[in-house]
Design a protein around this ligand. Sequence first.
Ligand SMILES: NC(=O)c1ccc[n+]([C@@H]2O[C@H](COP(=O)([O-])OP(=O)(O)OC[C@H]3O[C@@H](n4cnc5c(N)ncnc54)[C@H](O)[C@@H]3O)[C@@H](O)[C@H]2O)c1
Ligand SMILES: O=C(O)C(=O)C[C@@H](O)[C@H](O)[C@H](O)COP(=O)(O)O
Ligand SMILES: [Zn+2]
Length: 369
Amino acid sequence: MTLTTVNVALGPRSYDIVIGTGALSATAERLTGIIGKGQPAIIADEKVWGLHKDALLAVTGDVPVITVPSGEASKSFASYERVMEALLAADLGRDGTIIAFGGGVVGDLAGFCAATLKRGCQFVQVPTTLLAQVDSSVGGKTAINSAAGKNLVGAFYQPKLVIIDTDLLKTLPERELKAGYAEVLKYGLLGDEVFFGWLETAYKDILELDPLAVTRAIETSCREKARLVAADEQEASVRALLNLGHTFGHAIEAEAGYGGDVLHGEGVAIGMAMAFRYSTALGRCPGQDTGRVEAHLKSAGMPASLADHPGAKGTAEALLSWMGQDKKNVGGRLKLILARGIGDTYITDDVDPDHLLSFLKQEPGIQPS
Ligand SMILES: NC(=O)c1ccc[n+]([C@@H]2O[C@H](COP(=O)([O-])OP(=O)(O)OC[C@H]3O[C@@H](n4cnc5c(N)ncnc54)[C@H](O)[C@@H]3O)[C@@H](O)[C@H]2O)c1
Ligand SMILES: O=C(O)C(=O)C[C@@H](O)[C@H](O)[C@H](O)COP(=O)(O)O
Ligand SMILES: [Zn+2]
C-alpha cells in the first residue's frame, strides 16, 4: 500500500494529511503519539459508527464514543451542547484529543467542540465521505449553523493530523459521492483548467471509486487546499476562492432547511453553475466556458440549476437575503467568487445587488416573487 502525505504549512500549527488505501491502520502509531497521555474521545456519525467502528477501534483501542445523528441537522446548537457536556463528562482536558469520524458534518461540529473545549484541545480528522476527504477535513474551518444561516457560529481551528483512508468510501451512497464530487470539481474550476479537463474524462472512474482516479482527485484537491490555506489561513484574501459557488449554494441550502433536501455538495454544484452564468451575464466569462461547466455537471448526473433539483426552491428575494448573511461580506457589501473562465476565478465585492436580483429572477427553477 502506498500512502501520500501532503503537508499544510502553518508554522507551529502545521500538520500532515495522509492519503491512501489502508491509511487508518498505517497511521496508528502517529495517532497514538498525538493522543499521548491525554484523554481521547471519538465523535462519530451514527451511521458511520455502525459501519466502520471496528476499523477505528483497532487503532485507538477502547475510547469513549459520542455519536451524533447523520445529517446537517447535527450542526446545531442543541447537538453542540449535548456533545460538549459528554466531552466534559468524559474528562477531556486541553491535552485531550477529539477524533472526528464521519463526513463534513461531524468534522465541522467536532472541530468546533475541539476549538472551544476548555478553550482548545487536540483534534484529529478521520473523514469518511468524498466531500470530507477532498475538502472539509483540511483547513481548520469549523462551525455549526444558526437560524440566520450556514456556518455562522464557528472558529478557525486546525487539526493535528488528517487521516484519509479511501477504503472507507466503499459504503458511501451514490448521492453522497456525487455531492462530494462537486467539491472536487471546484478545484478544477477555481484555478486548474488541466485538472478540470482530466475530470471531464475521469469522472466516471472517480464515481465508481477506481482507486487510482480517487486518489488523484483527493491528492490534487488537498494539495490545492493546503496551498491556499497556508497562504491565507483566516480567509483575508485568496482562501476565499475556495468559496466558489458557496454564496449561492449556502443560500439554496438555507432556503431548503437543513433536513437533507439539498445536500451541501448539491448546493455547491448549482452555486458554481450560477457563479459562471452570472460571470457570463456580466460579460466577464465566455459563454462557451459556462456551457462546458453546465454540460459536465449534467454528464456527472449533478444539478446545474434549481430546476434540476426537486428539493431546491426559493424566490430571488429570499436567496439574496440569505446571501446578505454571508461571512465574506464586509461593510454590508456582497462578496462573490466569479470567473473569467474555467480555472480562472477572482474575488470581487463589486456586486450591484439590483443587478444580481434581476439575474436571480431569470434563473431556471426560481420561484416567482
Ligand atoms: N470545514 C470545511 O472546510 C467544509 C468544507 C466543505 C463542506 N463542509 C461542510 O460539510 C458538510 C457536508 O459534509 P458531507 O457531505 O460529508 O456530509 P455528511 O457529513 O452529512 O455525510 C453525508 C452522509 O453520508 C453518510 N456517511 C458518511 N460516511 C459514510 C461512509 N463511509 N459510508 C456510508 N455512509 C457514510 C453520513 O451518515 C451522512 O448521511 C456541510 O455541513 C458543509 O457545510 C465544511
Ligand atoms: O475551506 C474553505 O475556506 C472553504 O470555503 C471550503 C468550503 O468548501 C466549505 O464549504 C466551507 O465550510 C465554507 O465556508 P464558509 O466560510 O462559507 O462557511
Ligand atoms: Zn463546501
